[in-house]
Design a protein around this ligand. Structure first.
Ligand code: SD4
Length: 337
């Protein structure tokens, strides 16, 4: 790191972090589910149904994000923006409390990649299937092959994008127009960029699980895979410690094995929010402040005490927290830059 950058980081207090600055959210709180962005509110409701009936965290995180995969107003699933060749390709991962995990990447024409990821975990000797092979497996497992037609919004966005064909991820695109002015999920010209939901939960038995599903970044290169299906990057669960998931610029999450790093920071005793903050700092340190200003990455995490937290590079990230029938609310992620 250059000296100037180091000085900047120091002046921002990045290297002077103290645990005491993070208050515990409460004593042991379970069940609990948290998920990225404001689409997380609806997803949490489905997850909470499972958790509040004594169900397993694994079922909760699958059913929770399936809501988002099906949603017409959210670009996680098949209605999302295509890659630059005009195809929607999906990535997803799931992990339980015993280090079992499964993922799919570069999957086309399947409505619920998260459920295919779970089947990979439960029915194959592998962790990850991609592309054609993942699709073949899904079809063999009874998942219907959906149309490859783009949704109306995505078609418009793609036609618009083709005019310049510039790959320019837009930060905080995931936030809905309703929630805040600074980050509309749909741009005025009808363009969508990328969208993801990551969810981590602890059930009444104290077991943790997590899920992450995405259409990846809009207008990406064909074959591009982000962090979401990469265990340790977009998602990680260690039932002794906690669980974490990531959103934002996947390449930068992969570079630092982000979600695994967050869990390891929690293992060292950090509160989930502090752990997320340190992982964000790691990205900024690696990338430098100026380049970091151009991207967004957000992490969320829970620990075995049912404490939760999130942190991001810059203003605009939020996450949904649910731990009771009448407690499902959005939290603005604290940010560094
Ligand atoms: C990716 N991390 O494919 C995902 C995108 C994302 O909110 O999280 N969008 O890089």
């Amino acid at each position: 790191m250059q000296r100037r950058q180091f000085i900047n980081l120091s002046s921002l207090g990045l290297s002077a972090f103290t645990f005491s600055s993070f208050k515990s959210s409460s004593a042991i709180r379970k069940p609990i589910v948290i998920s990225t962005w404001d689409a997380g509110i609806e997803a949490n409701k489905a997850a909470w149904k499972v958790l509040s009936n004594g169900g397993h965290a694994l079922d909760a995180v699958e059913q929770g994000v399936m809501v988002t995969e099906s949603s017409q107003n959210c670009c996680v699933g098949l209605g999302a923006n295509p890659d630059r060749d005009g195809f929607v390709t999906l990535d997803a991962s799931i992990m339980d409390h015993q280090f079992n995990c499964g993922s799919v990447a570069f999957l086309e024409r399947i409505k619920h990649p998260i459920s295919v990821a779970r089947r990979v975990m439960e029915k194959t000797p592998h962790v990850m299937l991609v592309g054609e092979g993942a699709q073949q497996f899904a079809v063999a497992e009874g998942f219907p092959l959906e149309s490859d037609k783009l949704s109306n919004d995505a078609k418009k966005a793609y036609e618009n994008w083709l005019k310049k064909s510039e790959y320019k991820p837009v930060i905080n695109i995931e936030r809905s127009q309703k929630s805040t002015a600074f980050a509309p999920s749909k741009l005025e010209n009808g363009e969508w960029n990328h969208d993801t939901i990551g969810m981590v939960a602890m059930d009444a038995n104290g077991n943790l699980s997590g899920s992450c599903t995405t259409s990846g970044q809009g207008f990406k290169m064909r074959g591009r895979v982000g962090d979401s299906p990469i265990i340790g990057a977009g998602l990680f669960v260690d039932n002794e410690v906690g669980a974490a998931t990531a959103t934002g610029q996947g390449e930068d999450v992969i570079r630092i094995c982000g979600s695994h790093l967050v869990v390891e920071f929690m293992r060292q005793g950090l509160h989930p929010e502090a752990a997320c903050k340190k992982a964000v700092e790691r990205i900024i340190k690696a990338k430098g402040i100026e380049k970091s200003k151009l991207i967004q990455v957000g992490f969320i995490a829970i620990n075995k005490q049912g404490e939760y937290g999130g942190y991001c590079i810059q203003k605009g990230f939020n996450f949904a927290v649910c731990y009771a029938d009448d407690q499902n609310f959005l939290v603005d992620g604290k940010y560094i830059l």
